[in-house]
Design a protein. Structure first.
Length: 553
Protein backbone atom coordinates (compact mmCIF):
# COMPACT_ATOMS: atom_id res chain seq x y z
CA UNK A 1 0.00 0.00 0.00
CA UNK A 2 2.83 2.41 0.92
CA UNK A 3 4.60 1.70 -2.39
CA UNK A 4 1.41 2.32 -4.35
CA UNK A 5 0.92 5.66 -2.56
CA UNK A 6 4.51 6.65 -3.27
CA UNK A 7 4.16 5.70 -6.94
CA UNK A 8 0.94 7.68 -7.25
CA UNK A 9 2.56 10.70 -5.61
CA UNK A 10 5.52 10.54 -7.99
CA UNK A 11 3.19 10.29 -11.01
CA UNK A 12 1.17 13.28 -9.84
CA UNK A 13 4.34 15.32 -9.33
CA UNK A 14 5.59 14.44 -12.81
CA UNK A 15 2.24 15.41 -14.38
CA UNK A 16 2.33 18.74 -12.51
CA UNK A 17 5.88 19.49 -13.68
CA UNK A 18 5.04 18.62 -17.31
CA UNK A 19 1.96 20.85 -17.17
CA UNK A 20 4.03 23.74 -15.86
CA UNK A 21 6.62 23.29 -18.61
CA UNK A 22 3.93 23.18 -21.27
CA UNK A 23 2.43 26.36 -19.94
CA UNK A 24 5.77 28.14 -20.01
CA UNK A 25 6.36 27.08 -23.61
CA UNK A 26 2.92 28.31 -24.63
CA UNK A 27 3.53 31.71 -23.01
CA UNK A 28 6.85 32.16 -24.84
CA UNK A 29 5.19 31.80 -28.27
CA UNK A 30 3.26 35.01 -27.75
CA UNK A 31 6.17 37.01 -26.35
CA UNK A 32 9.13 36.41 -28.62
CA UNK A 33 11.67 39.28 -28.68
CA UNK A 34 10.99 41.79 -31.48
CA UNK A 35 14.44 41.23 -32.97
CA UNK A 36 13.68 37.59 -33.83
CA UNK A 37 10.03 37.80 -34.84
CA UNK A 38 9.45 40.99 -36.78
CA UNK A 39 5.88 42.31 -36.82
CA UNK A 40 4.09 43.48 -39.94
CA UNK A 41 4.76 47.08 -38.96
CA UNK A 42 8.53 46.82 -38.66
CA UNK A 43 9.16 44.37 -41.49
CA UNK A 44 10.58 46.15 -44.55
CA UNK A 45 9.06 45.19 -47.90
CA UNK A 46 11.59 43.38 -50.06
CA UNK A 47 12.86 45.23 -53.06
CA UNK A 48 11.95 43.76 -56.41
CA UNK A 49 8.59 42.03 -56.45
CA UNK A 50 6.64 43.81 -53.71
CA UNK A 51 5.87 40.57 -51.83
CA UNK A 52 6.11 40.63 -48.04
CA UNK A 53 9.24 39.13 -46.50
CA UNK A 54 7.21 36.91 -44.17
CA UNK A 55 5.75 35.21 -47.28
CA UNK A 56 9.21 34.05 -48.31
CA UNK A 57 10.27 33.19 -44.79
CA UNK A 58 13.08 35.76 -44.82
CA UNK A 59 13.93 37.87 -41.79
CA UNK A 60 13.92 41.66 -41.98
CA UNK A 61 17.41 42.93 -42.74
CA UNK A 62 19.19 45.05 -40.17
CA UNK A 63 19.04 48.82 -40.68
CA UNK A 64 22.05 50.32 -42.43
CA UNK A 65 23.23 53.78 -43.43
CA UNK A 66 24.74 54.57 -46.83
CA UNK A 67 26.46 57.75 -47.98
CA UNK A 68 25.15 59.20 -51.25
CA UNK A 69 26.89 61.96 -53.22
CA UNK A 70 24.17 63.76 -55.16
CA UNK A 71 25.31 66.80 -57.14
CA UNK A 72 21.69 67.96 -57.43
CA UNK A 73 20.71 68.27 -53.78
CA UNK A 74 22.24 68.59 -50.34
CA UNK A 75 19.10 68.34 -48.20
CA UNK A 76 19.02 66.15 -45.11
CA UNK A 77 17.31 62.80 -45.65
CA UNK A 78 14.54 63.42 -43.15
CA UNK A 79 11.35 64.45 -44.97
CA UNK A 80 8.23 62.29 -45.38
CA UNK A 81 9.38 60.49 -48.51
CA UNK A 82 12.84 59.88 -47.04
CA UNK A 83 11.32 58.33 -43.92
CA UNK A 84 9.09 56.13 -46.04
CA UNK A 85 12.08 54.90 -48.06
CA UNK A 86 13.85 53.94 -44.84
CA UNK A 87 10.69 52.28 -43.52
CA UNK A 88 10.33 50.12 -46.61
CA UNK A 89 13.99 49.25 -47.14
CA UNK A 90 15.73 49.65 -43.79
CA UNK A 91 18.24 51.97 -45.44
CA UNK A 92 18.99 55.49 -44.28
CA UNK A 93 20.91 57.75 -46.64
CA UNK A 94 23.39 60.44 -45.71
CA UNK A 95 23.27 62.94 -48.56
CA UNK A 96 26.52 64.60 -49.57
CA UNK A 97 26.74 67.58 -51.91
CA UNK A 98 29.53 70.01 -52.72
CA UNK A 99 29.35 73.68 -51.88
CA UNK A 100 31.24 74.49 -55.08
CA UNK A 101 31.68 72.81 -58.46
CA UNK A 102 30.46 69.16 -58.31
CA UNK A 103 33.03 68.11 -60.91
CA UNK A 104 35.85 69.45 -58.75
CA UNK A 105 34.51 67.56 -55.75
CA UNK A 106 34.22 64.35 -57.77
CA UNK A 107 37.81 64.72 -58.99
CA UNK A 108 38.99 65.37 -55.44
CA UNK A 109 37.19 62.31 -54.09
CA UNK A 110 38.70 60.21 -56.86
CA UNK A 111 42.23 61.47 -56.18
CA UNK A 112 41.96 60.97 -52.42
CA UNK A 113 40.06 57.66 -52.64
CA UNK A 114 37.59 59.15 -50.16
CA UNK A 115 34.48 57.79 -51.85
CA UNK A 116 30.84 57.67 -50.74
CA UNK A 117 28.84 54.47 -51.13
CA UNK A 118 26.77 55.83 -54.03
CA UNK A 119 27.59 58.61 -56.51
CA UNK A 120 25.40 60.67 -58.82
CA UNK A 121 27.35 62.54 -61.53
CA UNK A 122 26.92 63.83 -65.08
CA UNK A 123 26.44 61.00 -67.54
CA UNK A 124 28.02 62.98 -70.35
CA UNK A 125 31.60 64.17 -70.38
CA UNK A 126 34.67 62.50 -68.96
CA UNK A 127 33.97 62.09 -65.26
CA UNK A 128 32.32 58.66 -65.55
CA UNK A 129 35.15 57.40 -67.77
CA UNK A 130 37.68 58.61 -65.19
CA UNK A 131 35.95 56.68 -62.43
CA UNK A 132 35.73 53.54 -64.56
CA UNK A 133 39.41 53.74 -65.57
CA UNK A 134 40.46 54.16 -61.94
CA UNK A 135 38.33 51.21 -60.81
CA UNK A 136 36.51 53.54 -58.43
CA UNK A 137 33.03 52.31 -59.37
CA UNK A 138 32.06 48.67 -59.72
CA UNK A 139 30.37 46.76 -62.56
CA UNK A 140 26.68 46.26 -61.79
CA UNK A 141 25.77 43.39 -64.12
CA UNK A 142 25.97 40.51 -61.61
CA UNK A 143 24.20 42.56 -58.94
CA UNK A 144 21.41 43.46 -61.35
CA UNK A 145 21.04 39.80 -62.36
CA UNK A 146 20.65 38.75 -58.72
CA UNK A 147 18.85 41.67 -57.12
CA UNK A 148 17.50 43.85 -59.91
CA UNK A 149 14.38 42.35 -61.52
CA UNK A 150 12.59 45.71 -61.50
CA UNK A 151 15.65 47.43 -62.93
CA UNK A 152 15.61 45.04 -65.89
CA UNK A 153 11.91 45.55 -66.44
CA UNK A 154 11.98 49.36 -66.17
CA UNK A 155 15.23 50.08 -68.02
CA UNK A 156 14.92 47.48 -70.75
CA UNK A 157 17.11 48.28 -73.77
CA UNK A 158 18.63 51.30 -71.99
CA UNK A 159 20.90 48.92 -70.05
CA UNK A 160 22.44 47.76 -73.32
CA UNK A 161 22.86 51.30 -74.58
CA UNK A 162 24.61 52.57 -71.43
CA UNK A 163 27.27 49.85 -71.35
CA UNK A 164 30.90 50.87 -71.21
CA UNK A 165 33.24 49.92 -74.04
CA UNK A 166 34.11 46.72 -72.14
CA UNK A 167 30.46 45.65 -72.32
CA UNK A 168 29.73 46.21 -68.61
CA UNK A 169 27.26 48.52 -66.88
CA UNK A 170 28.97 50.79 -64.37
CA UNK A 171 26.02 53.07 -63.70
CA UNK A 172 22.27 53.42 -64.06
CA UNK A 173 20.87 56.37 -65.95
CA UNK A 174 18.73 59.05 -64.37
CA UNK A 175 15.85 60.69 -66.29
CA UNK A 176 16.08 57.97 -68.94
CA UNK A 177 13.62 57.09 -71.69
CA UNK A 178 12.24 59.56 -74.22
CA UNK A 179 10.79 62.66 -72.60
CA UNK A 180 8.00 63.83 -74.88
CA UNK A 181 8.14 67.35 -73.46
CA UNK A 182 9.23 69.82 -76.18
CA UNK A 183 12.39 71.84 -75.63
CA UNK A 184 13.03 74.80 -77.94
CA UNK A 185 10.59 77.04 -79.76
CA UNK A 186 10.08 80.62 -80.85
CA UNK A 187 8.55 82.24 -77.77
CA UNK A 188 6.13 85.05 -78.63
CA UNK A 189 3.87 87.37 -76.61
CA UNK A 190 0.41 85.91 -77.01
CA UNK A 191 -1.52 89.16 -76.50
CA UNK A 192 0.51 90.87 -79.24
CA UNK A 193 0.28 87.80 -81.47
CA UNK A 194 -3.50 87.89 -81.10
CA UNK A 195 -3.41 91.37 -82.60
CA UNK A 196 -0.91 90.64 -85.36
CA UNK A 197 -1.84 87.06 -86.36
CA UNK A 198 -5.07 86.17 -84.53
CA UNK A 199 -5.65 82.98 -86.52
CA UNK A 200 -2.43 81.45 -85.10
CA UNK A 201 -2.36 82.87 -81.56
CA UNK A 202 -3.89 79.77 -79.98
CA UNK A 203 -1.30 77.53 -81.60
CA UNK A 204 -1.50 74.42 -83.72
CA UNK A 205 -0.48 76.15 -86.96
CA UNK A 206 3.21 76.77 -87.71
CA UNK A 207 4.67 79.96 -89.16
CA UNK A 208 7.02 79.93 -92.13
CA UNK A 209 10.29 81.84 -91.76
CA UNK A 210 8.90 84.43 -94.20
CA UNK A 211 5.74 84.80 -92.11
CA UNK A 212 7.80 85.17 -88.97
CA UNK A 213 9.95 87.87 -90.53
CA UNK A 214 6.80 89.72 -91.68
CA UNK A 215 5.37 89.36 -88.18
CA UNK A 216 8.44 91.00 -86.63
CA UNK A 217 8.20 93.88 -89.11
CA UNK A 218 4.49 94.31 -88.41
CA UNK A 219 5.17 94.45 -84.68
CA UNK A 220 7.92 97.04 -85.13
CA UNK A 221 5.68 99.22 -87.30
CA UNK A 222 2.73 99.06 -84.91
CA UNK A 223 4.77 99.36 -81.73
CA UNK A 224 7.96 101.38 -82.37
CA UNK A 225 7.98 102.15 -78.65
CA UNK A 226 6.32 100.60 -75.61
CA UNK A 227 6.01 102.55 -72.37
CA UNK A 228 8.40 105.12 -73.76
CA UNK A 229 11.12 102.59 -74.63
CA UNK A 230 12.21 101.36 -78.04
CA UNK A 231 10.50 98.06 -78.73
CA UNK A 232 12.50 94.92 -79.63
CA UNK A 233 10.93 92.50 -82.13
CA UNK A 234 13.41 89.70 -81.36
CA UNK A 235 16.00 89.44 -78.60
CA UNK A 236 18.60 86.68 -78.22
CA UNK A 237 20.41 85.33 -75.16
CA UNK A 238 24.13 85.40 -75.93
CA UNK A 239 24.91 83.44 -72.76
CA UNK A 240 22.79 80.52 -73.95
CA UNK A 241 23.93 79.94 -77.52
CA UNK A 242 22.84 76.31 -77.28
CA UNK A 243 19.21 77.36 -76.91
CA UNK A 244 19.53 80.09 -79.52
CA UNK A 245 21.07 77.87 -82.19
CA UNK A 246 18.98 74.86 -81.13
CA UNK A 247 15.83 76.82 -81.90
CA UNK A 248 16.94 77.97 -85.33
CA UNK A 249 18.43 74.57 -86.21
CA UNK A 250 15.04 73.16 -85.31
CA UNK A 251 13.41 75.30 -88.02
CA UNK A 252 15.62 73.67 -90.65
CA UNK A 253 15.33 70.15 -89.19
CA UNK A 254 19.04 69.86 -88.40
CA UNK A 255 20.42 67.44 -85.81
CA UNK A 256 23.70 67.11 -83.90
CA UNK A 257 25.84 66.51 -86.98
CA UNK A 258 25.66 66.95 -90.74
CA UNK A 259 25.38 63.48 -92.26
CA UNK A 260 27.10 63.55 -95.66
CA UNK A 261 27.41 60.30 -97.66
CA UNK A 262 27.26 58.20 -94.51
CA UNK A 263 29.84 60.32 -92.68
CA UNK A 264 29.21 62.64 -89.73
CA UNK A 265 30.56 66.17 -90.11
CA UNK A 266 30.32 69.29 -87.97
CA UNK A 267 26.83 70.74 -88.23
CA UNK A 268 28.15 74.11 -89.50
CA UNK A 269 29.17 72.36 -92.74
CA UNK A 270 25.54 71.58 -93.52
CA UNK A 271 24.32 73.88 -96.35
CA UNK A 272 21.17 74.42 -94.28
CA UNK A 273 23.31 75.77 -91.42
CA UNK A 274 24.71 78.46 -93.69
CA UNK A 275 21.18 79.27 -94.85
CA UNK A 276 20.12 79.56 -91.22
CA UNK A 277 22.95 81.97 -90.36
CA UNK A 278 22.20 84.10 -93.40
CA UNK A 279 18.57 84.30 -92.29
CA UNK A 280 19.64 85.45 -88.83
CA UNK A 281 21.94 88.03 -90.39
CA UNK A 282 19.08 89.32 -92.52
CA UNK A 283 16.86 89.78 -89.47
CA UNK A 284 19.72 91.60 -87.75
CA UNK A 285 20.54 93.96 -90.64
CA UNK A 286 16.83 94.79 -90.98
CA UNK A 287 16.77 95.97 -87.39
CA UNK A 288 14.51 93.16 -86.19
CA UNK A 289 17.02 91.64 -83.74
CA UNK A 290 18.11 93.44 -80.58
CA UNK A 291 21.28 95.27 -81.67
CA UNK A 292 22.97 94.69 -78.28
CA UNK A 293 22.18 90.98 -77.93
CA UNK A 294 25.75 89.75 -78.52
CA UNK A 295 27.16 91.65 -75.53
CA UNK A 296 24.19 91.23 -73.19
CA UNK A 297 24.22 88.95 -70.16
CA UNK A 298 21.38 86.60 -69.27
CA UNK A 299 20.15 88.95 -66.56
CA UNK A 300 19.87 91.76 -69.14
CA UNK A 301 18.01 89.42 -71.51
CA UNK A 302 15.52 88.56 -68.75
CA UNK A 303 15.05 92.21 -67.78
CA UNK A 304 14.26 93.28 -71.34
CA UNK A 305 11.54 90.64 -71.63
CA UNK A 306 10.22 91.36 -68.12
CA UNK A 307 9.86 95.07 -68.93
CA UNK A 308 7.32 94.27 -71.63
CA UNK A 309 8.90 95.76 -74.76
CA UNK A 310 10.08 92.47 -76.36
CA UNK A 311 7.85 90.54 -78.76
CA UNK A 312 9.80 87.29 -79.25
CA UNK A 313 12.84 85.30 -78.14
CA UNK A 314 14.08 81.79 -79.04
CA UNK A 315 14.78 79.09 -76.46
CA UNK A 316 13.16 76.63 -74.10
CA UNK A 317 9.75 77.72 -72.85
CA UNK A 318 10.78 77.13 -69.23
CA UNK A 319 13.65 79.61 -69.56
CA UNK A 320 10.98 82.33 -69.68
CA UNK A 321 9.65 81.44 -66.22
CA UNK A 322 11.01 84.53 -64.47
CA UNK A 323 10.14 87.07 -67.17
CA UNK A 324 6.68 85.55 -67.66
CA UNK A 325 5.94 85.82 -63.95
CA UNK A 326 6.98 89.48 -64.03
CA UNK A 327 4.77 90.16 -67.06
CA UNK A 328 1.81 88.47 -65.40
CA UNK A 329 2.24 90.47 -62.20
CA UNK A 330 2.45 93.69 -64.20
CA UNK A 331 -1.11 93.12 -65.42
CA UNK A 332 -2.68 91.69 -68.52
CA UNK A 333 -3.03 88.14 -67.27
CA UNK A 334 -1.67 84.97 -68.82
CA UNK A 335 -1.98 86.27 -72.40
CA UNK A 336 0.71 88.86 -71.77
CA UNK A 337 3.26 86.06 -71.39
CA UNK A 338 5.48 84.48 -74.04
CA UNK A 339 4.63 81.01 -75.35
CA UNK A 340 6.48 78.64 -77.68
CA UNK A 341 5.44 78.45 -81.34
CA UNK A 342 6.80 76.60 -84.34
CA UNK A 343 8.55 78.38 -87.22
CA UNK A 344 9.46 76.29 -90.28
CA UNK A 345 12.19 76.99 -92.87
CA UNK A 346 11.63 76.70 -96.64
CA UNK A 347 11.70 73.13 -97.91
CA UNK A 348 11.36 71.65 -94.39
CA UNK A 349 8.45 69.38 -93.49
CA UNK A 350 6.84 70.83 -90.30
CA UNK A 351 6.81 67.29 -88.86
CA UNK A 352 10.56 66.95 -89.58
CA UNK A 353 11.56 69.98 -87.51
CA UNK A 354 13.94 69.23 -84.62
CA UNK A 355 13.09 71.69 -81.85
CA UNK A 356 13.05 68.96 -79.18
CA UNK A 357 16.47 67.29 -78.73
CA UNK A 358 16.06 64.66 -76.00
CA UNK A 359 18.40 61.84 -75.02
CA UNK A 360 16.79 58.56 -74.00
CA UNK A 361 19.98 57.76 -72.08
CA UNK A 362 19.30 60.39 -69.44
CA UNK A 363 21.13 63.23 -67.74
CA UNK A 364 22.91 61.63 -64.78
CA UNK A 365 24.82 58.45 -63.96
CA UNK A 366 24.32 56.76 -60.57
CA UNK A 367 27.04 54.31 -59.55
CA UNK A 368 28.19 52.18 -56.60
CA UNK A 369 31.72 52.90 -55.39
CA UNK A 370 34.42 50.29 -54.80
CA UNK A 371 34.52 51.24 -51.09
CA UNK A 372 30.85 50.37 -50.56
CA UNK A 373 30.82 47.61 -47.92
CA UNK A 374 27.39 46.22 -48.79
CA UNK A 375 26.84 46.42 -52.57
CA UNK A 376 24.16 43.72 -52.44
CA UNK A 377 22.03 45.66 -49.99
CA UNK A 378 22.68 48.82 -52.00
CA UNK A 379 21.43 47.13 -55.16
CA UNK A 380 18.28 46.01 -53.36
CA UNK A 381 17.67 49.64 -52.39
CA UNK A 382 18.32 50.77 -55.97
CA UNK A 383 15.97 48.12 -57.32
CA UNK A 384 13.18 49.39 -55.09
CA UNK A 385 13.74 53.03 -56.01
CA UNK A 386 13.88 52.17 -59.72
CA UNK A 387 10.71 50.07 -59.57
CA UNK A 388 7.32 51.50 -60.46
CA UNK A 389 6.42 51.47 -56.77
CA UNK A 390 9.60 53.38 -55.96
CA UNK A 391 9.06 55.89 -58.75
CA UNK A 392 5.58 56.76 -57.52
CA UNK A 393 6.95 57.15 -54.00
CA UNK A 394 9.74 59.48 -55.16
CA UNK A 395 7.58 61.58 -57.46
CA UNK A 396 4.08 61.35 -55.93
CA UNK A 397 4.69 60.73 -52.24
CA UNK A 398 2.80 58.45 -49.87
CA UNK A 399 -0.56 56.85 -50.64
CA UNK A 400 -3.35 58.27 -48.48
CA UNK A 401 -1.22 61.25 -47.52
CA UNK A 402 -0.28 62.78 -50.86
CA UNK A 403 -2.33 60.74 -53.33
CA UNK A 404 -5.11 58.17 -53.55
CA UNK A 405 -5.85 55.29 -55.88
CA UNK A 406 -9.20 55.86 -57.60
CA UNK A 407 -10.61 53.59 -60.30
CA UNK A 408 -7.19 52.04 -60.74
CA UNK A 409 -5.37 55.34 -61.23
CA UNK A 410 -3.10 57.49 -59.08
CA UNK A 411 -4.85 60.74 -58.18
CA UNK A 412 -2.89 63.44 -56.32
CA UNK A 413 -4.48 65.41 -53.50
CA UNK A 414 -5.76 68.69 -55.02
CA UNK A 415 -4.11 70.73 -52.29
CA UNK A 416 -0.74 69.14 -53.12
CA UNK A 417 -1.06 70.06 -56.80
CA UNK A 418 -1.84 73.64 -55.80
CA UNK A 419 1.06 73.77 -53.36
CA UNK A 420 3.48 72.82 -56.14
CA UNK A 421 2.00 75.56 -58.32
CA UNK A 422 2.29 78.15 -55.55
CA UNK A 423 5.79 77.27 -54.32
CA UNK A 424 7.48 74.32 -55.99
CA UNK A 425 10.73 74.48 -54.04
CA UNK A 426 9.15 74.76 -50.57
CA UNK A 427 6.67 71.96 -51.29
CA UNK A 428 9.39 69.60 -52.54
CA UNK A 429 11.56 70.38 -49.53
CA UNK A 430 8.76 69.83 -47.03
CA UNK A 431 7.20 66.67 -48.47
CA UNK A 432 10.21 65.13 -50.20
CA UNK A 433 8.17 64.68 -53.38
CA UNK A 434 10.49 65.20 -56.37
CA UNK A 435 13.29 66.13 -53.95
CA UNK A 436 15.06 62.79 -54.47
CA UNK A 437 15.16 62.43 -58.24
CA UNK A 438 16.93 59.09 -58.61
CA UNK A 439 16.63 56.45 -61.37
CA UNK A 440 13.79 58.50 -62.82
CA UNK A 441 12.04 57.11 -65.88
CA UNK A 442 10.36 59.52 -68.27
CA UNK A 443 6.85 58.79 -69.40
CA UNK A 444 3.84 57.17 -67.78
CA UNK A 445 3.27 54.34 -65.35
CA UNK A 446 1.11 51.26 -65.92
CA UNK A 447 -2.09 53.18 -65.12
CA UNK A 448 -1.31 55.90 -67.67
CA UNK A 449 -0.47 58.61 -65.15
CA UNK A 450 2.90 60.39 -65.54
CA UNK A 451 5.68 59.35 -63.18
CA UNK A 452 6.63 63.01 -62.78
CA UNK A 453 3.47 64.25 -61.06
CA UNK A 454 4.57 67.81 -60.15
CA UNK A 455 5.76 68.62 -63.67
CA UNK A 456 3.46 66.55 -65.88
CA UNK A 457 0.12 65.89 -64.14
CA UNK A 458 -1.60 69.30 -64.26
CA UNK A 459 0.47 71.22 -66.78
CA UNK A 460 0.72 74.99 -66.85
CA UNK A 461 -0.39 76.95 -69.90
CA UNK A 462 3.14 77.47 -71.23
CA UNK A 463 3.77 73.71 -71.24
CA UNK A 464 0.38 72.99 -72.81
CA UNK A 465 0.95 75.42 -75.70
CA UNK A 466 4.52 74.16 -76.25
CA UNK A 467 3.21 70.59 -76.45
CA UNK A 468 0.42 71.60 -78.83
CA UNK A 469 2.86 73.35 -81.17
CA UNK A 470 6.04 71.31 -80.90
CA UNK A 471 5.33 67.76 -79.71
CA UNK A 472 6.11 66.29 -83.14
CA UNK A 473 9.52 68.00 -83.11
CA UNK A 474 10.92 65.87 -80.25
CA UNK A 475 13.73 63.52 -81.32
CA UNK A 476 16.26 61.18 -79.69
CA UNK A 477 19.83 62.51 -79.63
CA UNK A 478 21.36 59.43 -78.00
CA UNK A 479 23.14 57.98 -81.08
CA UNK A 480 25.14 61.23 -81.31
CA UNK A 481 25.77 61.93 -77.62
CA UNK A 482 29.36 62.30 -76.41
CA UNK A 483 31.21 61.21 -79.54
CA UNK A 484 33.97 63.77 -78.99
CA UNK A 485 37.61 62.92 -78.13
CA UNK A 486 38.28 61.70 -74.62
CA UNK A 487 39.21 64.44 -72.17
CA UNK A 488 42.84 64.99 -71.27
CA UNK A 489 44.13 63.85 -74.66
CA UNK A 490 45.89 65.94 -77.36
CA UNK A 491 42.81 65.45 -79.53
CA UNK A 492 40.68 66.99 -76.79
CA UNK A 493 42.75 70.15 -77.10
CA UNK A 494 42.05 70.27 -80.84
CA UNK A 495 38.36 69.79 -80.14
CA UNK A 496 38.44 72.70 -77.69
CA UNK A 497 40.05 74.93 -80.34
CA UNK A 498 37.25 73.98 -82.73
CA UNK A 499 34.63 74.87 -80.12
CA UNK A 500 36.33 78.20 -79.40
CA UNK A 501 36.27 79.12 -83.10
CA UNK A 502 32.56 78.34 -83.33
CA UNK A 503 31.80 80.31 -80.18
CA UNK A 504 33.65 83.36 -81.47
CA UNK A 505 32.69 83.30 -85.14
CA UNK A 506 28.98 82.47 -85.17
CA UNK A 507 27.91 85.69 -83.38
CA UNK A 508 30.14 87.67 -85.76
CA UNK A 509 28.38 86.14 -88.76
CA UNK A 510 24.97 87.05 -87.33
CA UNK A 511 25.92 90.68 -86.68
CA UNK A 512 27.78 91.21 -89.97
CA UNK A 513 26.98 94.50 -91.71
CA UNK A 514 25.42 92.83 -94.76
CA UNK A 515 24.97 89.50 -96.56
CA UNK A 516 28.36 89.70 -98.32
CA UNK A 517 30.14 90.30 -95.03
CA UNK A 518 28.23 87.41 -93.45
CA UNK A 519 29.25 85.13 -96.33
CA UNK A 520 32.89 86.14 -95.93
CA UNK A 521 32.75 85.56 -92.16
CA UNK A 522 31.22 82.12 -92.72
CA UNK A 523 33.95 81.16 -95.22
CA UNK A 524 36.60 82.34 -92.78
CA UNK A 525 35.08 80.23 -90.03
CA UNK A 526 35.30 77.09 -92.16
CA UNK A 527 38.93 77.89 -93.05
CA UNK A 528 39.81 78.46 -89.39
CA UNK A 529 38.15 75.16 -88.43
CA UNK A 530 40.19 73.31 -91.04
CA UNK A 531 43.36 74.97 -89.84
CA UNK A 532 42.57 73.92 -86.25
CA UNK A 533 42.24 70.27 -87.31
CA UNK A 534 38.48 69.77 -87.53
CA UNK A 535 38.84 66.86 -89.96
CA UNK A 536 40.78 64.91 -87.35
CA UNK A 537 37.99 65.54 -84.86
CA UNK A 538 35.41 64.36 -87.39
CA UNK A 539 37.44 61.17 -87.92
CA UNK A 540 37.32 60.46 -84.17
CA UNK A 541 33.60 61.27 -84.06
CA UNK A 542 32.89 58.77 -86.82
CA UNK A 543 35.05 56.08 -85.19
CA UNK A 544 33.22 56.54 -81.90
CA UNK A 545 29.90 56.52 -83.70
CA UNK A 546 30.61 53.18 -85.35
CA UNK A 547 31.81 51.69 -82.06
CA UNK A 548 28.57 52.82 -80.43
CA UNK A 549 26.40 51.29 -83.13
CA UNK A 550 28.34 48.05 -82.77
CA UNK A 551 27.97 48.07 -78.97
CA UNK A 552 24.23 48.63 -79.27
CA UNK A 553 23.66 45.57 -81.46
Amino acid sequence: MRKRRQTTAILLAMILILSMLAGCAGNNKGNEPSNTAATEENTAKPEGNGAAEEDSGEKAEAPIKLTFFDKNTGDAFNNDVAKEITKRTGVTLEIQQPTGDPKEKLNLMLASNDLPDILLMDRGGDIVNKYVAAGAIIPLNDLIDKFGPDIKEMYGDILKKTRHSDGKNYYLSNWYGLDRDPVFGMNMRQDLLRELAPEKADGGQPFTTDEFEALLKKFKEKYPTIDGKNSIPLTLNAENMGALLGTFKGMWGMKSYFEDNGQLKLDVKDPRYKEMLMYLNKLYTEGLIDKDWAISKQQTWEQKISNGFVFASPGAYWDLGGPNTALKKAGGGAEKQLYAYKVVAPGTDPAATTFGPRSTLGWDAIAISKTNKDPERTMKLINFLASEEGQYLLLWGIEGVHWDMKDGKHVPKPELVQQFKDDWSATAKKTGIRKWTWFIKNGNGADGTPYDMPAKYDRAKDAQIATKNLLDSVWDTSPYDNLNPEGGTPDALIYQKVQDILKQQIPKIIISANADAAQAAYDKMLADLKGAGDEKIEKIINENYQKRLELWK
